[in-house]
Design a protein around this ligand. Structure first.
Ligand SMILES: Nc1ncnc2c1ncn2[C@@H]1O[C@H](COP(=O)(O)OP(=O)(O)OP(=O)(O)O)[C@@H](O)[C@H]1O
Ligand SMILES: [Mg+2]
Length: 318
């Protein structure tokens, strides 16, 4: 595995946004991370990027193994080399990753200069090539533009080019297309998929969209309230979802020919971090809830390459 997260638990004071997350991604593979708002997808990304301390959080338990090295003990100085170098992050809002007063081309150059030690001239040549690869029209011209002069879709392509400029092995894309219109969304996802296939990158794709997961990912980790509740190959999980939460998410994917307005969310609300229900965190919303689900928290069980944390499928079923 290029990256494996093992039993990760993180804390912000008394709050624990992640309580035992396990997942992995290999080179040339796309792992989808899905779940409703607040499930811990971004926190997982922040943990891998080593950004928790800067946000006031910390790792309480578990390991984050990247290319054979546990990153959990790594200091900020070592992490700074890794970030933007071997591991890159793309976020939802490209403006947060871009400097408004620096020409976009230079911003890509700077990543290559910093992480690959290229000269300014070599970096520029590489930037133009990368921009071309991102299908940015007229790269020579766009190179000179400032972020505010570009459309949202172009800005996100610049951010992806910047993420690639350090020649990373692992890319984490945290809802990279949420802010974009549907056509542009599809183009950006397509670009990311090509990068994985052509360059052998490992990609963690964070999204709310089960449809995107089904179409693009190799494996999926379904998160709910700081846990991975189901994990496995996309084909397996979509053919035969086990966790009631996964089933609910899949049933919310809009189908072709569905009447407008018939789109429904999952009934009930995600509990707040301060008010977690005892037992399985999904039990108040689960249509298959049993007594034990209110009493005990199900462990994640792995069987035949897939994992699920649910008493319906637990070895220790009552
Ligand atoms: N800076 C922070 N300090 C403390 N807790 C936080 C912070 N940011 C988020 N949280 C909490 O961590 C939990 C997980 O949040 P996270 O942002 O990872 O969710 P998410 O799955 O990315 O949601 P979304 O789909 O809305 O982006 C939530 O309970 C949230 O309230
Ligand atoms: Mg998020």
């Amino acid at each position: 595995m290029l990256l494996s997260v093992e039993n990760l638990r993180i804390g912000f004071g008394p709050l624990e946004p992640l309580v035992g997350v396990d997942l992995g991604v290999d080179k040339g593979e796309i792992l989808g991370l899905v779940g409703e708002s607040g499930s811990g997808k971004s926190m997982t990304a922040m943990s891998v990027m080593g950004l928790l301390p800067l946000m006031g959080g910390r790792i309480k338990q578990g390991r984050i193994v990247f290319d054979g090295t546990d990153l959990t003990g790594l200091g900020e100085k070592a992490y700074r080399k890794l970030r933007g170098g071997r591991i890159a992050l793309i976020t939802q809002n490209p403006m947060t990753s871009l400097d408004p007063v620096v020409r976009v081309g230079r911003q890509i150059d700077q990543t290559a200069e910093l992480h690959l030690g290229l000269s300014r001239k070599a970096a520029k040549a590489r930037t133009i090539e990368l921009m071309d690869r991102m299908r940015i029209p007229a790269p020579q011209h766009t190179y000179e533009q400032f972020p505010h002069q570009l459309s949202g879709g172009l800005r996100q392509r610049i951010v992806i080019a910047m993420a690639l400029a350090g020649d990373p092995d692992l890319l984490i894309a945290d809802e990279p297309t949420t802010a974009l219109d549907v056509t542009v969304q599809a183009q950006i996802i397509q670009l990311l998929v090509e990068l994985v296939r052509d360059r052998g990158l490992g990609l963690v794709l964070i999204t709310h969209d089960m449809g995107v997961i089904a179409q693009t990912c190799d494996r999926v980790a379904v998160m709910y309230c700081g846990r991975v509740v189901e994990y496995g190959p996309v084909a397996t999980i979509f053919d035969d979802p086990r966790h009631p939460y996964t089933k609910a998410l899949i049933s919310c994917i809009p189908q072709v020919g569905m009447a407008p307005g018939s789109l429904t969310g999952i009934p009930g609300m995600v509990p707040s971090a301060r008010d977690m229900p005892p037992g399985c965190r999904f039990n108040p919303r689960c249509d298959s809830v049993m007594d034990i689900c209110r009493a005990r928290e199900p462990q994640i069980n792995t069987e035949a390459g897939r994992s699920v944390a649910c008493f319906l499928y637990a070895g220790d079923r009552p």
